[in-house]
Design a protein around this ligand. Sequence first.
Ligand code: FAD
Length: 323
Amino acid sequence: MVLVVLENQRGKIHPFSLEAVAAGQKFANELNCDLTILCIGEKVDELKSQAQNFKASKLILAKNDLIDMYSADGYSKVLSDVISELSPKYVLVGHSYMVRDFLPRVSAKLSIPFVSDIISVDFNSGNPHFSKQVFNAKLATSIEISSDQALLSFQSAAFSSDDIEEGAPGSVEEFNVQLSDSDIKSNSEPEFQESSSGVDLTAAELILSVGRGIESEDNLPTMQSLADAMGAEVASSRPVVDMGWLPPYRQVGSSGQVVSPKLYFSCGVSGAIQHVVGMKGSKNILAINKDEDAPIFEIADYAVIGDVLEIVPKLTEEINNSK
Ligand SMILES: Cc1cc2nc3c(=O)[nH]c(=O)nc-3n(C[C@H](O)[C@H](O)[C@H](O)COP(=O)(O)OP(=O)(O)OC[C@H]3O[C@@H](n4cnc5c(N)ncnc54)[C@H](O)[C@@H]3O)c2cc1C
């Protein structure tokens, strides 16, 4: 059996968890086994109402007042209990910040290996091999697991939520959560990024990303005007943050956010691998760069070779005139 764990993001299933559901269905089909989906902790009922539309063998709800707020202690205890009772072969999750926090504890508690941040799976006739990037995404490894069970987390865009098979779970059950106050030794503060900035790039549908190609901080308002006209959030490459032009929570890449908007509109970004790992899951990528050999064009769906400082004001004007 394969178990997918859903994470809540402000009352909805986290986009990475949706991708994990697509992964779970693929695993179940390829390995010819059952798929169970677990709704845990915060806002279980909202998760349940969305998860009821997914094809699965079973939906399990793990509710308890002590995990109404996320805590690594509470989540790792409950998930460990679920795994001990159900004995899934694979536990699948999206590689979110929360997962990075609590899943290693589950791995340590149960002595089950945790393969994190997987970018692709080769099912290899029922003996899956997992690929993940190492050395700051310069190399990819292929991992084969010899143990009976494994915890697996997937990098954004390893699977697509568009591939989720709709349907209904065969049954819906409540898990008997055993938790006491003494199990919760630490409490988490509310999500830092959202509360401090009001911006959640991971949930943005349109992103306008600026790189060093915008040449000067003075050109940021020009870029912001286009973002406003499009209704997009502004993101950036790392040098733009390092130079202090934009705050760190706007950075996309291996040391920033991993995003997968409907449109990633890239302006003067070269497309270095450390940037690309953070945005390659975007549904559509449009890139403006004056260098026709810029690596960003290797993954762009639409390539515009030209000066971003000439193109952007004209585009903003066109969009505003057409409103
Ligand atoms: C450990 C480590 C972690 C890193 N993490 C990240 C990360 O999370 N995110 C990240 O982005 N980077 C990261 N980097 C840095 C990364 O390697 C690149 O240096 C960075 O992404 C380059 O940013 P850039 O594309 O904005 O700048 P540049 O590489 O300088 O590219 C600027 C681009 O703009 C184009 N250009 C210039 N002028 C114009 C113009 N007028 N019109 C149109 N195009 C123009 C140029 O042709 C060029 O392609 C990391 C590096 C390391 C070592």
